[in-house]
Design a protein around this ligand. Structure first.
Ligand code: S3P
Length: 431
């Protein structure tokens, strides 16, 4: 994919459905009694991996490519059946980690595998707490890496109180899901609150879930009931268009129906503090998954300091925030974000290497990066490392750079945003 400097981006559109909520709608729908109707389901490769895994465990899911309404015919907590062969999660960490929690409660053995990136990502963070609950979950190659084998727990699962070192919704969700199969309540305390889609959706479906500060608690043996789930647009996908709209001169974009759950909206808060012209219109659903329309206008940005409890609320947006920081006045410091090293790629290294090669003044730190804004970027060859968020971040950087930015393995955007380049094109980015 070759990207050159854009003149202006204009128009109104919708980004595809939220990835985290789409995954959960299929998983929790499968564990509910009755049908869960999901609209605006994200047809990205990751969520299709989740559909495929649950189909292989006997769940009937009505999904045809090109139709984002999905019907999940749930069979209740004990309705999954043993799949033939290994379950393949592809590139999806959410599928592997959340499913680990569910599979620990089953009466059949399973093996979980995925692509080369997933086989390098840490699974010890779910293996450890699940083992404490009595689960039999093992890393086949050792070192806490996938493939994993999950064998029925000999003495069943026990409720625990787990204090997590990382603020991770995937870890929290895996433990809460295993907690559905435990003999007493299970709770998870995190250093900072991570995204709470699991708590919201399980509660709506009938689970006894409560939250107090950074602790989530679940009671076992819920009788979950199928729900209607309208998936809002993914704020993590909107982020690339927010960035392009703010930075390409003369731009004005309305992104309709974006999820603005307060555990996910850190990017909006940071950008407002950086001086961005962002208006959130038509706010709705504030009692569950809040959504709104985001109006973005070209703005001059100032640097920011980003760390602490903000990090989990914008963790997936940090690559594109780093791109924006190159154009902000002053020095942006991102800290407390060591989790970036264990995403689909090492996002600290990959951002620093690629932005440096475009001429940015950026330094990697142990837990983030320091970006001194104001240096012009020039196009060059960018290796996306097959990481969707890296590819999309550098497409935005390319719109703001001299010369040509060539993105290698650009099609990895299909993981979370299959129509990404087409949507940029419709707004005039490639004119
Ligand atoms: C996700 C949680 C986050 C995020 C990922 C999706 C989820 O990961 O980076 O893209 O759906 O629970 P961690 O929980 O590991 O921080």
């Amino acid at each position: 994919m070759i990207v050159t400097r854009a003149k202006s981006l204009k128009g109104s559109f919708q980004v595809p459905g939220d990835k985290s909520i789409s995954h959960r709608s299929v998983m929790f729908g499968a564990l509910s009694m009755g049908t869960t109707e999901v609209t605006n389901f994200l047809e990205g490769a990751d969520c299709l991996s989740t559909i495929s895994c649950f189909r292989r465990m006997g769940i009937h899911i009505d999904y045809t490519p090109g139709n984002s309404t999905v019907l999940v015919r749930g069979k209740g907590l004990y309705g999954l059946t043993r799949p033939e062969g290994m379950l393949d999660v592809g590139n999806s960490g959410t599928t592997m980690r959340l499913m680990s929690g569910i599979l620990c409660g089953q009466t059949f053995q399973t093996q979980l595998t995925g692509d080369s990136s997933i086989q390098k990502r840490p699974m010890g963070r779910v293996i450890d707490p699940l083992t404490q609950m009595g689960a039999d979950i093992k890393s086949l190659p050792g070192g806490g890496l996938a493939p994993l084998t999950v064998t029925p727990a000999k003495e069943g699962l026990h409720g625990i109180h787990y204090i997590s070192k990382v603020a991770s919704a995937q870890v929290k969700s895996a433990i809460l899901l295993a907690g559905l199969y435990a003999d007493s309540p299970t709770s998870v305390t995190e250093p900072y609150v991570s995204r709470n889609h699991t708590e919201i959706m399980l509660k709506r479906m009938g689970a006894d879930v409560s939250v107090s500060n950074t602790t989530a608690i679940i009671a076992p043996d819920a009788r979950l009931t199928g729900d209607r789930i309208e998936v809002p647009g993914d704020i993590s996908s909107a982020a690339y268009f927010i960035a392009a709209g703010l930075l390409v001169p003369g731009s004005e974009i309305l992104i309709k129906n974006v999820g603005i759950n307060p555990t996910r909206d850190g990017i909006l808060r940071v950008l407002k503090a950086m001086g961005a012209s962002l208006e959130i219109l038509n706010i709705r659903n504030t009692d569950s998954e809040a959504a709104g329309d985001i109006l973005v206008r070209h703005s001059n940005l100032k640097a920011a300091e980003i760390g602490g409890d903000l990090i989990p609320t914008l963790i997936d947006e940090i690559p594109v925030i780093a791109v924006m920081a190159c154009f902000a006045e002053g020095t942006t410091v991102i800290c407390d974000a060591a989790e970036l090293k264990v995403k689909e790629s090492n996002r600290i290294d990959v951002m620093v290497k690629n932005l440096s090669s475009m001429g940015a003044d950026i330094t990697a730190t142990e837990d983030g990066m320091i970006i001194r804004g104001g240096k012009p970027l020039r196009g060059t060859l960018i290796d996306s490392m097959e990481d969707h968020r890296i590819a999309m971040s550098f497409a935005v950087a390319g719109l703001l750079s001299d010369g040509e930015t060539t993105i290698q393995n650009a099609s990895c955007v299909n993981i979370s945003y299959p129509g990404f380049y087409q949507d940029l094109d419709r707004l005039g980015a490639f004119k």
